[in-house]
Design a protein around this ligand. Structure first.
Ligand SMILES: Cc1cc2nc3c(=O)[nH]c(=O)nc-3n(C[C@H](O)[C@H](O)[C@H](O)COP(=O)(O)OP(=O)(O)OC[C@H]3O[C@@H](n4cnc5c(N)ncnc54)[C@H](O)[C@@H]3O)c2cc1C
Length: 310
């Protein structure tokens, strides 16, 4: 990194380049701010998405195609994107130092959009068939389950809510849970039990997801060690989400799940640090919501800098 780059102070540094980061970059750049994006990739979770049908302006778009448009849009605006990992953000008076695999950068404001990852079952077939019948999001993919046989894996509220939604579309929904009791609220469990097309498979784990081009079935093992094969079209994995905000959590307030707490303007507890998208404590993890948050974070950062007379 050159000396001039090292002494340069950006107006805003954006961590992450999923829908929240892309949107924050578009909005900050169009406010004529000097902006740098540092991200491990361009696209975030959208890169893993097979087909998106709930992003306005697109009746249906492959995740990769949407990411290509993100890239074109960033390039067209002349946004400086560095591909690398942010390791730590430090505050030095009114300036933030962003320490990354690509070098250290300084900014007057930081927008954190590091996203989240869905926890995996870590069984054969799972990773390969993401977007091909393996889903982590019923809100995103339930319409693809119309008249199909599907499984939901998990035992918390998210799993039961997914099963409830899926029962509206699917021919049959199997809920597979490794224990004999659910962590989900009793009232929700009772409601799901009333659906005729939902069946509970307790004390059992999925050991493999099978299929060549798409999910064709799963292997399930019960606690006695008995193994059964089930023919299925889709598997919804609902075993939790993980937020990795270690590089910033010493500066901002986080909740019990490690999500960054933000207000309606996407401000964190640290003045000058904003957060947007799945890394925050806002409910619902969707691309359009992350993009909306990113826009709000950018406008808030602009107001913050303007008030400071940047
Ligand atoms: C398989 C799948 C299907 C989905 N389908 C849909 C759908 O149909 N419709 C829908 O609306 N939503 C869908 N979602 C959810 C949607 O993709 C997410 O809600 C959305 O991408 C969140 O955006 P984000 O920008 O907050 O985070 P992410 O998309 O997670 O992006 C985070 C970014 O931060 C970067 N990053 C993380 N840590 C660091 C670091 N330390 N240093 C540098 N960069 C870092 C990552 O590389 C990434 O670029 C789906 C998700 C998955 C996984």
């Amino acid at each position: 990194m050159s000396e001039s780059q090292q002494s340069r102070v950006y107006d805003v540094i954006i961590v992450g380049c999923g829908p929240a980061g892309v949107s924050a970059a578009i909005y900050t750049k169009r406010k004529m701010l000097d902006v740098l994006v540092i991200s491990k990739d361009i696209g975030g979770q959208v890169l893993l998405t097979g087909f998106i049908e709930n992003y306005p302006g697109f009746e249906g778009v492959r995740g990769e195609a949407l990411v290509e448009i993100f890239e074109r849009q960033l390039k067209g605006l002349g946004v400086d994107v560095k591909i690398g990992e942010v390791e730590r953000v430090e505050r030095d008076g009114e300036i933030f130092k962003v320490i990354s695999s690509e070098g250290n950068f300084s900014g007057k404001a930081v927008i954190v959009t590091g996203g989240s990852t869905y926890k995996r079952l870590n069984v054969p077939g799972e990773e390969r068939l993401i977007g091909r019948g393996v889903s982590f999001c019923a809100t995103c993919d339930a319409p693809f389950a119309r008249n199909r046989e599907v499984a939901v894996v998990g035992g918390g509220n998210a799993a039961l809510q997914s099963a409830e939604l899926l029962s509206r579309y699917a021919k049959m929904v199997y809920i597979i849970h490794r224990r004999d009791k659910f962590r989900a609220d009793e009232v929700l469990v009772e409601r799901v039990k009333r659906h005729q097309n939902v069946q509970f498979i307790m004390n059992s784990v999925v050991t493999e997801i099978k299929g060549d081009k798409r999910v064709e079935g799963i292997t399930v093992k019960d606690k006695e060690g008995n193994i059964a094969e089930m023919k299925l079209d889709m598997v919804f994995i609902e075993v939790g989400r993980e937020v990795k905000a270690d590089y910033i959590k010493h500066l901002v307030r986080t909740n019990e799940w490690g999500q960054i707490v933000v207000d309606r303007r996407q401000r964190t507890s640290c003045e000058g640090v904003f957060a947007a998208g799945d890394i925050t404590d806002r409910p619902y993890q969707q691309a359009i919501i992350a993009a909306g948050d990113g826009a709000v974070a950018a406008l808030s950062a602009y107001d913050f800098l303007t008030e400071k007379g940047y």
